[in-house]
Design a protein around this ligand. Structure first.
Ligand SMILES: *[C@@H]1O[C@H](CO)[C@@H](O)[C@H](O)[C@H]1NC(C)=O
Length: 120
């Protein structure tokens, strides 16, 4: 049953690539299906290619390692100016391992200043 539902979703996704009126109809059908097929009931809907992530929070697929509203766990929101890297809220302006963006590591000779690895 689960596999069937996932297959249907994949089909709906594939068909929605088609442009024009038909695509709009399919999209509406797809959206209405999404109301029924939520990840709290069917966790594998989040494993579909193109899904925002494989984790499920509040019936939505998310990536807990990068989602600023669900960072590390559901509902954990990063405060203003911080981003979510590997499930932790970090300040990309000054974080030595996530400088400017996730996984941009400054080497030992440089410091993360205003989001850039700077030699000073
Ligand atoms: C979640 O984000 C991390 C870091 O960008 C990435 O490596 C991983 O593949 C993502 N997971 C999913 C399921 O998209």
């Amino acid at each position: 049953m689960k596999q069937f539902v996932v297959a249907m979703l994949i089909m709906a996704l594939a068909i929605s690539v088609v442009s024009g009126k038909e695509a709009k109809k399919v999209k509406n059908r797809f959206l209405s299906e999404r109301v029924v097929v939520t990840c709290d009931k069917y966790p594998n809907v989040c494993d579909i290619k193109g899904s925002a992530g494989s984790d499920c929070c509040m019936k939505k697929c998310v990536n807990l390692s990068t989602d600023g509203s669900n960072c590390g766990k559901c509902g954990k929101k990063c405060s203003y100016g911080k981003i979510c890297c590997q499930g932790k809220c970090v300040n990309p302006k000054s974080n030595q391992k996530h400088c400017g963006k996730c996984d941009n590591k400054c080497n030992a000779q440089s410091s993360c200043i205003y989001g850039m690895c700077s030699y000073a």
